[in-house]
Design a protein around this ligand. Structure first.
Ligand code: CMP
Length: 134
């Protein structure tokens, strides 16, 4: 997912270029404006964290681009490509990562990636309803 700061900062084309250059296919994509309930539901696992209200405000501040990426080892490779959650750390320790390029801090970190096959299944079906063509 490219988050609101990624879209408003015009990073979409550059991020997609990096995705394709890194050997991923973009199987599905969709621009969505999350409302409060949808953002809360997507990030339900973080509901007890103190940063949750700010996270919901941030994620509803503008449209996001959700994508289904395909590649062997896609989850680990995408997470390596985006870098650590805190974009300030990314800028120091992973200067070529996507979050180093377009993130700001531990909240406004420009992109999201599923952290396990289980969360990928949940997050893909959260946005993309299954169809007979897959
Ligand atoms: P993401 O990888 O999408 O997963 C959960 C999100 O919560 C994370 O990116 C950040 O946007 C946000 N987040 C995680 N940790 C913090 C934190 N310590 N302070 C503020 N926001 C955070």
């Amino acid at each position: 997912m490219i988050k609101p700061d990624g879209l408003s900062g015009n990073y979409t084309d550059r991020v997609k270029e990096i995705i394709l250059d890194s050997g991923f296919s973009i199987c599905k994509e969709m621009v969505v404006q999350l409302d409060e309930d949808t953002a809360k539901s997507f990030y339900a696992e973080h509901a007890s964290n103190s940063f949750f209200p700010n996270l919901v405000r941030y994620m509803t501040s503008g449209p996001v681009l959700v994508m289904v990426l395909e590649k062997v080892n896609a989850i680990a490779d995408w997470r390596a490509l985006i870098g650590p959650t805190d974009a300030r750390k990314a800028k120091v320790a992973h200067p070529y990562s996507i979050r180093a390029m377009c993130g700001v801090d531990s909240e406004r970190n420009c992109v999201h990636g599923s952290d396990s096959p289980e969360s990928a299944v949940r997050e893909i079906s959260f946005f993309f309803k299954a169809t007979s063509s897959g």
